[in-house]
Design a protein around this ligand. Structure first.
Ligand code: AMP
Length: 193
């Protein structure tokens, strides 16, 4: 199985690229941000709880996030692989993911980070906010907080997978299609999975 983590700061294009990878390699795309927004849209207790953190640019607590991810994996036992987008965002989440996969005789094949400079990210997110109406994409203060959260809590996840020799980085500047090609190249060069 091919189990990928698409990694990078908010606005680096993970969602767009994850969809393309899911299509090309027939993977189940799991975006925890999308799962939270779905709960929020349905005004479920989980959505109401998540909103408190999302509106501040902070991370939803690990127990909640990991529980939601476990449910999603358990609901789709027959897949060719997963592409995780926006997860794991903390070391405990990475450890929980490794454990969840190990229980199924699987593991992460690779983590691929999309590298984009901060100033480009802020512009991209503000533009996306205008189109999507996402409230956390419209306020520069929240965006800066999300970037700070990424640096403090999420970046260590890269090192965690680097220690397992699974981390890769691609340049995230350019056309969507060019970035997809860079991702395909990394994936196609992975040792047989
Ligand atoms: P995203 O769409 O991935 O940018 O996520 C939007 C928001 O959802 C984040 O700013 C967090 O508040 C929350 N969120 C998404 N994924 C996670 C995660 N893996 N752990 C904690 N919070 C998350």
């Amino acid at each position: 199985m091919l189990n990928l983590i698409l990694f990078g700061p908010p606005g680096s294009g993970k969602g767009t690229q994850a969809q393309k990878l899911a299509e090309k390699y027939e993977l189940l795309h799991i975006s925890t941000g999308d799962l939270f927004r779905h709960e929020l849209g349905n005004n479920t207790p989980l959505g109401q709880e998540a909103r408190k953190y999302m509106d501040q640019g902070k991370l939803v607590p690990d127990e909640i996030t990991i529980g939601m991810l476990r449910n999603k994996i358990e609901a789709h036992p027959q897949v060719k692989g997963y592409i995780f987008d926006g997860f794991p965002r903390t070391i405990p989440q990475a450890e929980a993911l490794d454990k969840l996969l190990a229980e199924r005789g699987q593991s992460i094949t690779a983590l691929i980070a999309i590298d984009v400079p901060d100033e480009e990210i802020i512009q991209r997110i503000l533009l996306r906010g205008k189109e999507s109406g996402r409230s956390d994409d419209q306020d520069e203060k929240i965006i800066r907080q999300r970037i700070a959260t990424y640096r403090e809590q999420t970046l260590p996840v890269y090192n965690y997978y680097e220690e397992q020799n699974k981390a890769h980085t691609i340049n995230g500047l350019g056309l969507i299609e060019e970035i997809s090609q860079r991702l395909f190249q990394v994936i196609d060069e992975l040792s047989p999975y």
